[in-house]
Design a protein. Sequence first.
Length: 277
Amino acid sequence: MTFNVVGSRILITGAAMGMGRLYAERAVAEGAETVILWDINKEALAETTKALRVHADNRQEIVPMLVDIGERTAIEKASANVIANHGGVDVIINNAGVVRGTYFWEHENERDTEFIMKINALAPMFITHEFLTRMMEGKRPSRIVNIASAAGTLSNPKMSVYASSKWALIGWSDSVRLELKQQHIDNVKVTTVCPSYIATGMFEGVKGPLMTPIMQPDYVVNKVWKAMLAGKPMLMLPWTVHLSKVLKGILPQRWFDAIADNIFGVYNTMDKFTGRK
C-alpha cells in the first residue's frame, strides 16, 4: 500500500522559513489534516501560518508553536501539548539546523559548540523520543525524516562541529531505522537525508565542489518528500555525495585528501562562507 499524507498529523521543526516552510506547504497541498509548525522566530512563524491558512481547506488545521528546540524541557512541554490536543503525530520532519563556519578553536563552547550539538543532534533525538512509542503502538503508517548533511559523511575545514553534529544525527537516525526493522515494527519508516549545499541562505558564500552544484530548495524538498513517502532509508544528494563516500572507503587517507582537496575542491568550499545575515 502506497503511503500518503492525506489525513495525517505532521510536525515540522524550523518550519517558519526556508526548507521548513516548503515542507509545510507541501503537507498542506497534499492533504495533511494537521500541520504543526515549530520555530523560534515569532514573526516568521506568524507570516508562514497566515500564508498556509490561505491555501488550507476548512478540514485542515495549521498549528504554529513557538518552541526553542535547544531546550529539552521546551521540547517536552510542546510535545505534551501536541499529544494532549492532537493525540500525537504521524510524520516528523526534523528539519531545523544551525551552522558556524569557522575553525574549531574559534568556536566558543556554549555559544557555538553546545548550541550546534543541541539543535542539530540532540533535538531530533529528544523530539522523536517524545512521539515514537505512540507511533509504534498506533499502527498507523508513520514517517520520521531526519535532515542531516553530506557534511556528516565527509570531514571539512571550518565545519568541524557542524560535521560532528551531522555525523551523530546520521548514526542515530539509521540505527533507529534498524532497531525498528529488527523488532518487526513495519509501520514506522525512518529516512535519513544527506544533502550537499542548498541555496537557502544558511550557507551563503560557499562554493560547491567539482560536479556538485549548489541545489535549489524546491528540488531538494521534492526529492525528500518522495523518499519519505516511499520509506527510503537514506537519501544522498547529489550523486557526488555517494561517490565521495565510496572513495573515502577504498582509498588511503592521504590519497583521498589529495583528491578531495586538489581535484574536487571540497576542503575550500567554506573559504568565503558568510552564512545568513
